[in-house]
Write a protein that binds this ligand. Structure first.
Ligand SMILES: [Zn+2]
Length: 180
């Protein structure tokens, strides 16, 4: 890879990492401002391998998982459910808003990092299952329909299963077309 390519990749990775941290920090701040406590910070995905702390300054435990590919704040779901619906939507959308803000701030100085954050904004804000935008959308829908968290979680799981079934079906059809 040439020099320009390496700089591009570095800006993408650094911009993406800064974006992920800002995203979770905004979720954490929104939670605290809404009167909820952040229970823990999770680094990585999958099986839990270590729980440290409560660490100083943050005053909460940090949980390390086996796959170092994500970071997240753990919020009390019951407390989140008890919030007025507009505040719930604000909590869900606070993360994507951090990415939109970073994209705007970095636009001139670091366009590649800005694009990484614009992408993070789009993918998190879209009303997709298990995405922030999806939770905001189902929070509104649940309020309109007068149903609880259990139904909302069921909607997400069904939509998630449907989306992956569609992906597998498309791949299978593609393979069949290649084969004949
Ligand atoms: Zn988020």
């Amino acid at each position: 890879m040439d020099h320009a390519g390496l700089v591009f990749l570095a800006m993408l990775v650094v911009g993406g990492l800064a974006g992920a941290l800002a995203h979770e920090a905004f979720h954490g701040i929104a939670a605290v401002l809404s009167g909820m406590s952040v229970k823990a910070i999770h680094v990585g995905m999958g099986r839990e391998i270590r729980r440290v702390g409560p660490v100083p300054v943050l005053r909460m435990p940090v949980v390390i998982h086996v796959w170092p590919v994500a970071i997240g704040v753990e919020i009390d779901d019951d407390a989140l459910m008890r919030l007025p619906v507009w505040l719930r939507v604000a909590n869900h959308m606070s993360g994507p808003m951090a990415n939109l803000l970073l994209a705007a701030i970095l636009w001139r100085a670091a366009p590649v990092a800005a694009i990484a954050n614009a992408l993070l904004f789009v993918f998190n804000a879209l009303p997709l299952p298990r995405a922030d935008g999806g939770w905001a959308a189902t929070a509104l829908l649940a309020k309109i329909r007068g149903v609880g968290m259990a139904d909302e979680i069921r909607w997400h799981e069904r939509a998630f299963t449907a989306a992956w079934t569609a992906v597998y079906a498309a791949v299978a059809l593609g393979l069949i077309r290649l084969a004949i």
